[in-house]
Ligand binder design. Structure first.
Ligand code: ADP
Ligand code: MG
Length: 274
């Protein structure tokens, strides 16, 4: 299994931008692309996330709080998946474990073809920086940076040069319809615009996996729906895997896969099978 090294990610990010410039990934299932996908280590049909009997128990003094209980699931590569559940059901815990921000108490996990528990602590942030984009409920933009600077920041962390950062950052801002707001600071943007910047920031490095934890929870329903539509469009365009969580069952229609959780248990997986 190929490790997420620099050359792989560079290649992926380049392909990501050129796909954008062509205006969409066409013929993604051609033989050539299948061979390419195999070379990259994760076939289109392979799951990008595998959970086997995963449990997470938080300890608070003497009290144990079970946040996830024996969850087994597979999230297929390049699909638009939703984790649906009420507040406190374990959505954030699940996404944090997928995103390697937290570790399970029990069980096995595989993310982007790697058994992440076996990656050393000093390598895990690099793995995350290369493979995973995050979109948060509270946007989490850096207030003193402009929209463009927020978007290019992950590329700075990857050590990319200024002219390439500029090209990719502006291209991503254009994809989310904000090229004319590049110099605005977060406090000069609406909630929906902030979330668009956050989407651009999550995607700019061309991650295989994008995690969005209740990305519409702080938006009015119309803006929230337009953000989900945008995420969907971008997911189709770039071929990344999206996993977003929500407590709003009305958003089900947007997802190809729906994982319903209650009290830390996976109670249903519905798949459109596309
Ligand atoms: P959701 O995102 O669906 O609202 P969470 O994953 O945040 O659910 O929480 C699931 C359960 O785990 C809740 O009972 C919550 O109180 C508990 N929990 C979450 N994070 C922690 C933590 N860091 N310490 C202790 N308990 C936690
Ligand atoms: Mg949550």
């Amino acid at each position: 299994m190929q490790r997420a090294g620099k050359s792989y990610e560079d290649h992926r990010a380049k392909r990501f931008i050129s796909t954008n410039q062509r205006g969409g990934a066409k013929n993604s299932n051609t033989k050539k692309n299948r061979i390419q996908a195999k070379k990259e280590g994760v076939m289109r049909e392979d799951p990008i996330v595998v959970f086997e009997n995963v449990s997470k128990i938080y300890k608070m003094g003497e009290v144990s709080i079970p946040a996830l209980n024996n969850v087994s699931l597979k999230i297929q590569n390049r699909r638009f998946s939703m984790v649906l559940g009420p507040s406190g059901s374990g959505k954030t815990t699940l996404l944090n474990i997928i995103g390697c921000l937290d570790q399970p108490t029990k069980g096995k996990i595989e993310v982007c073809g790697e058994r992440v528990a076996e990656i050393s602590d000093d390598k895990i942030s690099e793995f995350r920086a290369r493979n995973i984009g995050f979109i948060f409920q509270n946007f989490n933009l850096i207030p003193v940076l402009s929209a463009f600077e927020n978007v290019e920041y992950p590329l700075t962390l990857l050590g990319m040069g200024a002219s390439e950062r500029r090209e990719r950052g502006m291209s991503m801002l254009e994809s989310v319809g904000l090229s004319d707001h590049a110099r605005h600071r977060p406090n000069q943007l609406s909630g929906g615009q902030k979330q668009r910047v956050a989407i651009a920031r999550a995607l700019v490095k061309g991650p295989g996996l994008v995690l969005a934890d209740e990305p519409t929870a702080n938006l009015d329903s119309k803006t929230g729906a337009s953000i989900i539509d945008l995420m969907h469009k971008i997911q189709e365009q770039y071929g990344a895997t999206f996993v977003f969580s929500t407590h709003d069952p009305q958003l089900i229609s947007h997802a190809q896969d729906v994982f319903s959780i209650r009290d830390g248990e996976l109670i249903e997986h519905r798949s459109e099978g596309k």
